[in-house]
Unconditional design. Structure first.
Length: 275
């Protein structure tokens, strides 16, 4: 069953706890994929205007656990720091048979089980989910059924592609690569523009060139079946301008070393958040 048909035919309520940028992107994706708005409920004390706009379509805001009815899936999109405080108020929405899908960084399945219970899927998305181009990595607890995993996959796939792993320990590294990764790309555009200004370009032109180059190269990478290394080599003429730049970027203490250290730092911090 594809994502669209599964969400259209879902029985019970999808409850979303936390409707910030990521949670809001997921809700938007579910509705776009055919989820009946009356099947969606949002728990959010400070809803944005965008979230309130969904209420006229039938999405319910802050229903009690009794008003929510049968919960097909409970999706937790809170900030990790807020989860412990919010868990007691959220627990009544979850019973022993409920599918719980968490997209909180650094919050383990053990912590989720302690705070909420249910059958748990832990997932790490990233911010391109806001435009339907996210990548999410998910891991399911052993008691998650095949049908529940399919439901979780459909809910997560509404904002981009999904990969599944069997080892929860990998989620910390996933956080370091794809969860935090968009910030690395934005930093590349930021610093490329700054370098252009240093080379003599007007700031506005340098900013536009950097922005369009990074986004265009990303789109080329997305559409091409070639490995990133091959695409890089295709741009690089021997002894040319690109080769001169890459000699710096690929040299000692260059981009590879920096990114290895950056991902390691993010992975370490993700593990610390789980303590």
């Amino acid at each position: 069953m594809n994502t669209n048909s599964l969400l259209k035919n879902i029985s019970g309520t999808i409850v979303l706890a936390g409707a910030g940028k990521m949670g809001g992107a997921m809700l938007s994706g579910w509705l776009a994929q055919g989820l009946d708005a009356s099947r969606a409920a949002v728990i959010e004390p400070h809803p944005s205007d965008d979230i309130r706009a969904y209420l006229v379509k039938g999405v319910r805001l802050n229903p009690s656990s009794g008003e929510a009815g049968s919960v097909a899936a409970f999706v937790v999109a809170l900030k990790p720091q807020a989860f412990r405080e919010a868990a007691p108020a959220l627990k009544p929405y979850v019973d022993a048979a409920t599918l719980v899908v968490s997209i909180m960084a650094g919050t383990t399945m053990a912590s989720l089980g302690e705070g909420l219970g249910g059958h748990i899927v832990r997932a790490m998305p990233n911010t391109p989910a806001a435009i339907g181009r996210g990548i999410t990595v998910a891991v399911a607890a052993k008691d998650v059924s095949a049908a529940q995993r399919e439901t979780a996959d459909s809910l997560l796939r509404a904002t981009g592609s999904v990969e599944w792993v069997t080892d929860e320990g990998l989620i910390d590294a996933v956080t370091g690569v794809s969860g935090s990764g968009p910030a690395y790309v934005f930093l590349l555009a930021e610093e490329l523009a700054r370098a252009g200004v240093a080379a003599g370009l007007p700031e506005a032109l340098a900013t536009k060139l950097a922005r369009e180059t990074v986004s265009g190269a990303g789109e080329l990478l997305h559409r091409s079946e070639l490995p990133a290394a091959t695409l890089r080599q295709n741009v690089t003429s021997p002894a040319g301008t690109t080769a001169a730049a890459l000699e710096v970027l690929m040299g000692k203490d260059g981009l590879q070393s920096l990114l290895t250290r950056a991902v390691a730092a993010a992975t370490k911090r993700s593990k610390e958040l789980a303590k």
